[in-house]
Design a binder for this molecule. Structure first.
Ligand code: AMP
Ligand code: MG
Length: 498
């Protein structure tokens, strides 16, 4: 193994097993490469709840070893960092080899809360950087850091951000910016794209399948102890990834989250939200909202996301054929996507409407809801949140709609439906407030935090992190954080440039 050096941070993880399970794969899956050194790295923010998952206490987080780890100069005991190789379909087109072009896997830590991989993003060039510079700018790093917490707080599966390190290095994008590194953790960062990369090599595909199934999907091997049949295991894996991805899409849709770049290399095999780039939580609802400025054809619009996920799963399925999976078996594994998605989506919508259960005839109420919000560009988050108050504070909800008459018409239908679903109003409101967030990571809020961070002030990041940790509970003094941007606030354009 090449000697790459770096400062060991053994003391940080004392009492916990550290290693790098990804290195069990053949060496063709990765390249050992050291993160780049940063000028004047400093810890801008750390997430103690994520740190606790790794068994890191407050003292550890203030130690030089922790900064070293998150700035790329620290090493887990005996583990040299690596970049992994994957491929993928970008905007519907086969893009060939990609890989961790600016990310380094530092290894994994097994503590009381399971095994977690630690990965740096924005940590320098690797053999998979292609034309990229290996940097991430502070702007996009703050966005990834905050979004990870926003999703976690909403109860949506996601990679988690542990720390945000800022540095003085200049990074050229549309204008010069400064560099930052996000340290993120997940049980695994394996993507659909890892499987696609090995779609033509039965040997390597088998190694990857064995690795993924053994570590995270042991049920796929149930009853196959002696002679595991890889084609069977691969189809069972696909079926489980299909179910997880379908449920994830329902969760995204129900909070108005747009990922922005649902390329197959940004799809997690564990069903996590992964790679926060030009994502967005909608303010005014538009069914075909496109959050990514670079997505001129609207491939990844909000209302396209479930179908895109299905398309991506089909690419994953194709990659498994090399293991001997038959087309009918793969199709059977993919088939439940729609029913799993609709089940989760309808159950979630029923909860958001304060209904005990979804009935098939509620589809009309749901369709009319989206049509109303779309026609009037009503605020996604508040339209749901204020709905719980229509019994007592109807004007607040009505004020979200330009055409009060149309809104009242929908309300009449809704009230009729509620009458059929008896429940004390206070109880219904409490249940609705637990599923309709008051605070989401609106672009303009992230933008304020970015602007302050660019001046070295992380306090706004801290404030948002606290709100996003519990987005369902009203926090006194933070009323403005629940509101859409004022009309004169310029729209924040987010693109792939990060
Ligand atoms: P993304 O669109 O961010 O998911 O990235 C797609 C591919 O481009 C991945 O292989 C990334 O690692 C790579 N990439 C993105 N930005 C950079 C960068 N600044 N330097 C090197 N590689 C990058
Ligand atoms: Mg990516």
């Amino acid at each position: 193994m090449a000697k790459l050096g770096g400062q060991a941070v053994d003391a940080l993880f004392s009492g916990q097993a550290t290693g790098c399970s990804f290195a069990d794969l053949p060496s063709s899956f990765y390249t050992r490469v050291a993160p780049r050194s940063l000028s004047r790295p400093r810890l801008l923010h750390v997430n103690p709840a994520v740190a606790a998952r790794l068994g890191l206490n407050d003292a550890a987080l203030h130690s030089p070893a922790f900064l070293a780890l998150c700035a790329g100069s620290g090493r887990l005991p005996g583990v040299e960092p690596m970049a992994t190789v994957y491929s993928g379909h970008q905007f519907g087109v086969w893009a060939g080899q990609l890989g961790d072009g600016r990310a380094h896997l530092l290894g994994d830590v097994s503590g009381p809360q399971g095994a977690w991989e630690i990965q740096l993003k924005g940590s320098g060039r690797t053999p998979y950087s292609r034309m990229g510079d290996g940097w991430a700018v502070l702007r996009s790093s703050v966005r990834e850091y905050l979004a990870s917490q926003a999703m976690e707080g909403l109860g949506i599966p996601t990679t988690q951000a542990l720390a945000l390190v800022a540095a003085d290095d200049t990074v050229i994008r549309e204008t010069p910016e400064t560099a930052a590194v996000v340290t993120r953790i997940a049980p695994s960062f394996v993507r659909f794209g890892h499987f696609e990369h090995w779609a033509h090599s039965a040997l390597d595909q088998a190694a990857l399948l064995d690795y993924v199934v053994t570590h995270w999907f042991p049920d796929c091997l149930a009853g196959q102890a002696d002679h595991p049949d890889r084609a069977v295991a691969a189809c069972l894996l696909l079926a489980e990834v299909t179910r997880r991805t379908a449920r994830l899409m329902a969760q995204w849709q129900l909070v108005g989250f747009c990922h922005g770049v649902m390329n197959t290399d940004n799809m997690s095999i564990l069903g996590l939200t992964l790679d926060y780039g030009p994502y967005g939580f909608m303010d005014a609802f538009q069914a075909n909202h496109v959050c990514n400025h670079s997505d001129s054809l609207g491939r990844y619009a909000w209302n396209a996301q479930p179908a895109v996920a299905q398309w991506n799963l089909t690419r994953l399925a194709e990659s498994l054929q090399v293991l001997g999976c038959t087309v009918p078996d793969l199709e059977a594994a993919l088939a439940p996507f729609e029913s799993v998605f609709l089940q989760a989506y309808h159950a979630g919508l029923a909860q958001k409407f304060g209904l005990a259960a979804w009935r098939p005839e509620d589809a009309e109420l749901g369709d009319a809801w989206w049509a109303l919000l779309h026609a009037q560009q009503a605020d996604f988050t508040l339209a749901f949140r204020y709905l719980a108050d229509v019994g007592t504070d109807e004007p607040a909800w009505l004020s979200l709609f330009a055409d009060g008459g149309a809104a009242r018409q929908w309300l009449d239908r809704y009230r009729l439906r509620l009458a059929d679903d008896p429940r004390p109003q206070a109880e219904r409101k409490a249940a609705m407030d637990r599923v309709n967030p008051l605070y989401v990571l609106r672009n303009h809020l992230a933008q304020h935090a970015i602007q302050a961070a660019q001046q070295g002030d992380a306090s706004e990041i801290g404030r948002l992190m606290a709100l996003l940790q519990d987005p369902y509970t009203q926090q006194t003094g933070h009323e403005s954080y629940a509101q859409p941007p004022a009309a004169d606030v310029p729209t924040v354009a987010v693109s792939c440039s990060s």
